[in-house]
Design a protein around this ligand. Structure first.
Ligand code: GDP
Ligand code: MG
Length: 689
């Protein structure tokens, strides 16, 4: 045993302690006070220390060991922190609690525990146990500080406390489920720092003893049944360092401290302490909430495990982040809601929506992905569902507006197309409808967001229906227009010949009329069928149009015949027939009656012959009844007033009633008689000359 050199001006040779400030000028923080209350200031302090936005890029180290073993001194030397050190001259007690201070060297949070040495004073170890448990659960590296001469002395090295802490730690935070393997972030590095190392006992012996002690402690732990097979090494890695006597060998002490510091700062070293597997994976902005949760668990000793605490934290933070991005998202989407509700098709709406989504999710992913993976994924899904739901009304609105605008465009296209000379109606309709459909589909696809169950098939089917009914309506109008044109032609071709025929009554009269009628009918139908081909009309529509055309043609004929068989017209016809027979001779020369002429019989002959023609007008009566047309059905017509007479076989061919014939006959006779008297008179007067 080498006896230490006498203390000489020990304090004076100690390098000056940092003056209580550090990188951002803010000192240490008491995170748990003497009343065992956790601070509300941790996050603000992390912010002041410049660590709040570091994500995972920070580390936590804390210390464990008996009172007055130089723990605070070590931390201050190693990390440039400002923890209270017991003043040897006054033996003044420092304030009880857990303290935190950032390291001057890198993004490291250092925690120091101050407590009364209850064990030595016979007090209860409540606070020591709690603070030790807290340190173990919340740090990556736990420095176990002990004198060289404490090694192997079970109680002296606080091993009993360590055992309790291990036990509770395993029970509280050892992981649930049936896996006996801890999660990666549940592993912790225990770094033994052997103080006042004299060097008489080789370090390897010391570390072997400590390792054996730890294994013994581990073996003696009462473990939860599902962790019965858990090994020490699956929860802890052990590492060792020695330091010479600070007061007796101050320079050597400083050199070794510097060397030890490198293990906390130099990532390239194989014994670098902050290995990723020790990191608790709590983003820096969640540390305040997380550590407070652990402290609460320690305090209440609830049978909760660490992942649960992480999940609670994750839920809390993810909800906050989700609400924040949703608010921005809703503000962005607000600008298009009005136009969409007002019936406008918003150009590039899909791209806008995707942009808002990307922005919101990007922000959420950046900040929330650092938290508990399961919770983050679940909250992300919730967020996405919410955002999609708020967009779906825009999607549906845009579809409805597309539908409305495209049907309107289609109607206009038809109107414009059918104004052009020589237009092909079927082509106009097909092109217009194809274009409208394509534009709708383009718009609908643009506004659909991948990963949603939104569909536009239903709205497309509605559009197809509307386009079809617009096309049908237009075709019906077109067909009507065409039938009207043909009807005008029919009248032109039919009425003149019929009038001529009826003004020269004879037995052949009806044959001529009906033959003309038949021909005109055939021409009209042919003309319709030729034109209708271009309209893409259905068989049904063609039949309806043809039936209508037939009915109109027949009605034209019938009306013309009624006109030609009116009292006045018939009388005029009879008069001119009679005059032709009575007043003109066979060669068409006007007769000048002489006394020897037989006016009487000439008159009787002309009158009888004329009167014999009158019954011909009574009904449409061709020489062969096969010439009579088949009557069209009035039901199949459009645009004609329903008058049953022209379509009823019992009345359709009848033009004059027997009474009517009698009345015309008597009127004609009176006129003929007058002609006779006049002829007589003219003869007498010519004789008198
Ligand atoms: P803590 O209670 O474990 O935090 O111990 P402190 O850091 O407050 O120090 C307690 C006393 O031990 C102080 O008087 C220090 O000067 C002294 N001390 C600090 N480091 C060493 C060391 O390496 N060796 C010895 N023997 N004493 C030390
Ligand atoms: Mg201390």
């Amino acid at each position: 045993v080498v006896s230490p050199p006498p203390v000489q001006n020990g304090l004076a040779s100690t390098p000056k302690e940092p003056n209580g400030t550090n990188h951002s000028g803010e000192g240490r923080l008491q995170i748990v006070n003497e009343h065992q209350e956790f601070t509300k200031q941790l996050s603000p302090y992390l912010d002041k220390w410049g660590l709040l936005d570091k994500g995972f890029a920070y580390d936590v180290v804390s210390v464990f060991g008996s009172q007055s073993t130089g723990k605070s001194t070590l931390l201050n030397r190693l990390f440039g922190t400002t923890f209270d050190v017991m003043d040897e001259s006054k033996r003044q007690q420092t304030t009880k609690g857990i303290w935190m201070c950032p390291s001057t060297y890198g993004n490291t949070l250092v925690m120091d525990v101050e407590g009364t040495d209850g064990r030595e004073r016979g007090e209860d170890q409540d606070f020591e146990r709690k603070s030790a448990l807290f340190s173990l659960a919340s740090t990556e590296v736990l420095i176990v500080n002990l004198w060289e001469h404490q090694i192997g002395l079970y109680n002296g090295a606080n091993m009993g406390l360590l055992k309790t802490v291990f036990e509770v730690n395993l029970g509280l935070f050892g992981g649930g489920g049936d896996s006996s393997k801890p999660k990666p972030q549940e592993k912790t590095l225990i770094l033994f720092v052997i103080r006042d190392h004299v060097g008489a006992t080789p370090v390897s012996n010391l570390t072997a003893t400590l390792t054996q002690d730890m294994e013994k402690i581990w073996a003696s732990l009462s473990k939860p049944s599902h962790l019965a097979d858990a090994t020490l090494s699956s929860y802890f890695d052990l590492s060792f360092a020695t330091l010479p006597h600070k007061i007796l060998m101050p320079e050597k002490f400083e050199d070794e401290v510097l060397e030890l510091r490198r293990r906390f700062t130099d990532r390239s070293r194989s014994d670098y302490v902050f290995q990723p597997s020790y990191h608790k994976r709590i983003p820096a902005d969640g540390v305040g909430f997380y550590m407070e949760g652990i402290w609460q668990q320690v305090l209440t000793n609830k049978d909760l495990d660490l992942p649960t605490q992480q999940e609670l934290l994750a839920q809390f933070r993810c909800d906050e982040l989700s609400a924040a991005v949703t608010e921005i998202f809703l503000a962005s989407s607000k600008i298009v809601r009005k136009p969409v509700e007002a019936g406008q098709v918003v150009e590039g709406l899909g791209a806008l929506m995707k942009d808002w989504l990307d922005t919101a999710l990007g922000k959420f992913d950046r900040d929330a992905s650092r938290y508990h993976a399961g919770v983050y994924q679940r909250k992300r899904l919730d967020l996405l569902t919410g955002l999609h739901a708020s967009l779906s009304s825009l999607f549906l609105g845009q579809l409805k507006n597309l539908h409305k605008i495209e049907t309107a465009k289609f109607s206009k296209d038809i109107v414009r197309g059918t104004k052009e000379v020589g237009y092909d109606f079927a082509k106009v309709v097909n092109e217009g409808s194809d274009n409208a459909r394509q534009r709708f589909l383009d718009g609908a696809k643009e506004v659909k967001i991948d990963g949603t169950d939104w569909e536009y098939e239903h709205e497309l089917a509605l559009l197809d229906e509307d386009l079809k009914s617009i096309a049908d309506r237009c075709r019906a109008d077109e067909t009507k227009k065409m039938v009207n044109t043909i009807e005008r032609n029919v009248k032109r071709q039919l009425l003149e010949p019929v009038e001529v025929a009826l003004s020269q009554p004879s037995v052949e009269m009806w044959n001529i009329v009906l033959k003309t009628y038949k021909q005109v009918n055939e021409d009209a139908e042919q003309s319709y069928l030729t034109k209708a081909k271009a309209y893409n009309c259905s068989e049904e529509e063609n039949n309806a149009a043809l039936l209508s055309l037939r009915a109109r043609t027949w009605l034209s004929l019938r009306r013309k015949l009624e006109e030609q068989t009116s009292d006045a017209t018939i009388l005029a016809t009879l008069r001119s027939t009679f005059e032709e027979k009575f007043r003109y001779d066979e060669s068409g020369v006007p007769r000048v009656w002489k006394p020897e002429d037989d006016i009487e019989s000439a008159f009787t002959k002309a009158k009888e012959e004329t009167l014999s023609l009158l019954p011909i007008f009574a009904s449409i009566s061709p020489t062969s009844s096969s010439l009579l047309p088949t009557l069209p059905s009035p039901e199949s017509t459009f645009d004609i007033e329903s008058d049953p007479i022209p379509f009823d076989p019992s009345t359709a061919f009848v033009l004059l009633s027997p009474t009517k014939i009698l009345s015309i006959e008597s009127r004609f006779k009176r006129e003929a008689d007058a002609a006779y008297v006049e002829a007589k008179r003219s003869m007498v007067s010519s004789v008198a000359q």
